[in-house]
Design a protein around this ligand. Structure first.
Ligand SMILES: Cc1cc2nc3c(=O)[nH]c(=O)nc-3n(C[C@H](O)[C@H](O)[C@H](O)COP(=O)(O)OP(=O)(O)OC[C@H]3O[C@@H](n4cnc5c(N)ncnc54)[C@H](O)[C@@H]3O)c2cc1C
Ligand code: FES
Length: 241
């Protein structure tokens, strides 16, 4: 873990509820699955976000407005400086797959972008299954299409296939050996119950973000584990939902 001061390159809306924040500076030695914690003025606890893209000293996160902190983040301006804890958590294990399937639910699609980049760097073009509530929530579609074969599903059928990621997985014949998923807990639970050969990136309410407070513990078959330290990526067959 490192505490760094990063400069804001841009902070722009991707749709009504989703923003992309690009930061620059410092030494960004991170991989897909890991996350950062951002300090916001007037908020005691830092906010955790997965890295959506890492390129040299640039770090991109994609965030959804859900409460006061993320609402405040939309006011962040170019050239602002942010205190960021970097290099938090573990990474996805790319060695598990020769034919990867990346499954994102809503804002959980964000960390899969860096994962797709890393598979491409290995010469592997993944299949990418993205689920959103509706067309208005879709983001990064063209960018994902450059990195993999993309299937999009929306709950209301307003874009792509009608359904959710799990229903699409059950009905479509998708050729994969290991999946990598991030999204709502209900989606991850349903995925793990359907097929346990996958890796899940979990979320939990966090306080410290680096293993000191135990506040983010979840139950696994191997005992309690901290999402911020032993996770956020866990084997699908390990998590006790
Ligand atoms: C490892 C990890 C990676 C994440 N990656 C992303 C990402 O890439 N993009 C994104 O939009 N969101 C991500 N989240 C969720 C994000 O941290 C919350 O949406 C955000 O903290 C909400 O802050 P708020 O002040 O707007 O909401 P509020 O509900 O007002 O927050 C109150 C408190 O609860 C915490 N909290 C609220 N929701 C969550 C949540 N889902 N997970 C953890 N803590 C939460 C906040 O950090 C804060 O301390 C991630 C969470 C974790 C744990
Ligand atoms: S948030 Fe403190 S141990 Fe995970």
């Amino acid at each position: 873990m490192k505490e760094q001061n990063l400069k804001v390159v841009s902070n722009k809306a991707l749709n009504d509820s989703t923003y992309e924040l690009v930061l620059k500076g410092g030494d960004i030695n991170m991989s897909s699955g890991q996350f950062v914690e951002i300090k916001l003025d007037n908020f005691y606890l830092r906010r955790p976000f997965s890295v959506a893209k890492i390129q040299k000293s640039f770090l991109t996160i994609v965030y959804k407005i859900v409460g006061q902190g993320t609402k405040e983040m939309t006011k962040i301006c170019e050239n602002d400086n942010l205190s960021v804890l970097t290099e938090l958590g573990n990474t996805f294990d790319l060695d598990k797959a020769k034919k990867p399937l990346l499954i994102g639910g809503g804002i959980g699609s964000a960390p899969l972008f860096q994962l797709a980049i890393e598979f491409n760097e290995r010469g592997i073009r993944p299949t990418i299954l993205l689920g959103f509530r509706n067309e208005a929530e879709v983001f990064y579609l063209e960018k994902f299409k450059k990195l993999g074969d993309v299937i999009v599903a929306t709950d209301d059928g307003s874009f792509g296939e009608m359904g959710n990621t799990v229903s699409i997985l059950k009905t479509k014949k998708i050729d994969f050996d290991c999946y990598y998923a991030c999204g709502p807990m209900m989606m991850l639970k349903a995925l793990a119950e359907y097929n346990s050969n996958g890796q899940l990136s979990l979320e939990a309410r966090m306080a410290c973000g680096f293993g000191a407070c135990m506040g983010c513990s979840i139950m696994t078959k191997n005992g309690a584990k901290r999402v911020c330290k032993e996770g956020p990526v866990f084997s699908a067959d390990e998590v006790v939902f």
